[in-house]
Ligand binder design. Structure first.
Ligand code: NAD
Ligand code: TYD
Length: 383
């Protein structure tokens, strides 16, 4: 097989930085090109430990810039694309859907078209090529909560993280589940997924799509639930819980997602979709309590003293009730499974944020303060 020259888009973001790190460290013989616009969510500090490696290069680029990406493909002989660049936060998409359509839909289309033109111009065409698109379980919509107290799941799985698992409904998202996105974010991701399918079905491009559940772990921008709450607890700021805190998400440790991406990029079947999840459903309020207790313990505060910071605020518009992924296909076909129990993952995560306060402080000054004020101003949170 030809030498791998892989463009990873969005590599300076949360999940992207874990994928870049894994590929750079594990495959010294590959060329890994991190292509990122460095929006508010992109941060090269996420990759300090590998930035000087000889098989790594960073290129600042907007994925909507067709010409620039086409030129990069030619210059670097790109034969693999792992596409993570996106606008990724549901609350921002509710305030500003256009940016999501631009980056997530037009940006993905631009990459597909550049890849098509370049790869079709080569003698071997699509041979040995891969366009791997990273998507989300949110494209499937929302599942019902038939068991508000949770039940032991009816399926069998080998995943070690399932030991404490409860299911809050009878149904799950399967690879065959019909797309039914609700938020502007999930609608833009669904649209990009359709374009990826279309490039396979129409032009024969070797594409793969994966739809993953909520990730957590180091380097996540503190607009998302877990890092935002860890940072607020540290500063003893109110914790804005949307609605009753009863919405359910399936959570996966980010390094397990990166491991899945590695396996699927190398061994996944072209034109297939794989669901990636942790068989690990949690109600928001239960996660929040675990996070509070962990922060309190690690900061030598009285255990649970920060539970008083919980502040119920008006619900997110169109708030999806429950996400739950069935990732049996990936487990059976490619022998991937989550490596961490959730409690272990949360402990690791909280510890990381507390030990990397400088990283957090650097991104929570200036623009972030403005964002926080605007995003939460109508939520009537006491200071
Ligand atoms: P993130 O917001 O942390 O990072 C996104 C990255 O993309 C940033 O580095 C940003 O600078 C870059 N970017 C944004 N617009 C760009 C543009 N126009 N051109 C080039 N770069 C641009 O996102 P994340 O949480 O790491 O998510 C990565 C991918 O995984 C996304 O496609 C997201 O939809 C998907 N995903 C995320 C989760 C999750 O829980 N975070 C779950 C499933 C799927
Ligand atoms: P989030 O991390 O934004 O991920 P997603 O919306 O993609 O699932 O939110 C996770 C859950 O936490 C979701 O149900 C919304 C809720 N949430 C809050 O209750 N308060 C907050 O301040 C945030 C950011 C999220």
């Amino acid at each position: 097989m030809a030498k791998r020259n892989i463009a990873i888009t969005g590599g300076a973001g949360f999940i992207g930085s874990h994928v870049v790190r894994l590929f750079v460290n594990k495959y010294p013989e590959y060329n890994i090109i991190n292509l990122d616009k460095l929006t508010y969510a992109g941060n090269l500090a996420n990759l300090k430990d590998i930035e000087d490696k000889p098989n790594y290069k960073f290129v600042k680029m907007d994925i909507c810039d067709f010409e620039a990406f086409y030129k990069l493909m030619q210059e670097e002989h790109i034969n693999g694309i792992i596409h993570l660049a996106a606008e990724s936060h549901v609350d921002r998409s509710i305030k500003d859907p256009f940016t999501f359509a631009r980056t997530n839909v037009m940006g993905t289309l631009s990459l597909l078209q550049a890849a098509k033109l370049y790869w079709e111009s080569l003698p071997e065409k699509y041979e040995g090529k891969r366009f791997y698109h990273i998507s989300t379980d949110e494209v499937y919509g929302a599942l019902a909560m038939n068991h508000p107290e949770g039940i032991k799941p009816p399926f069998t799985t080998t995943a070690s993280s399932t030991e404490h698992h409860l299911a809050y409904g009878d149904d799950f998202f399967y690879e065959e589940t019909k797309y039914n996105p609700h938020s502007p974010y999930s609608a833009s991701k669904a649209s990009s997924d359709h374009f990826v399918h279309a490039y396979h079905d129409t032009y024969g491009m070797p594409t793969i799509i994966t739809n993953c559940s909520n990730n957590y772990g180091p380097y996540q921008f503190p607009e998302k639930l877990i890092p935002l709450f860890i940072n607020n607890i540290r500063h003893r700021k109110p914790l804005p819980v949307y609605g009753k805190g009863e919405n359910v998400r399936d959570w996966l440790f980010v390094e397990d997602h990166a491991r899945a991406i590695d396996v699927i990029f190398h061994e996944g079947k072209v034109a297939e979709t794989y669901n990636i999840g942790g068989f690990n459903e949690w109600k928001n309020i239960d996660i929040i309590k675990v996070v509070i207790k962990t922060v309190d313990r690690l900061l030598d505060r009285k255990e649970g003293e920060d539970l008083a910071l919980i502040t119920y605020v008006p619900d997110r518009l169109g708030h999806d009730v429950r996400y739950a992924i069935d990732s049996t296909k990936l487990q059976k076909e490619l022998q991937w499974e989550p490596s961490l129990q959730f409690e272990e993952g949360i402990e690791k995560t909280v510890r990381w944020y507390l030990e990397n306060q400088e990283w957090m402080d650097n991104i929570t000054s200036g623009e972030y303060e403005k964002y926080y004020k605007e995003m939460y101003e109508d939520k009537d949170i006491p200071n």
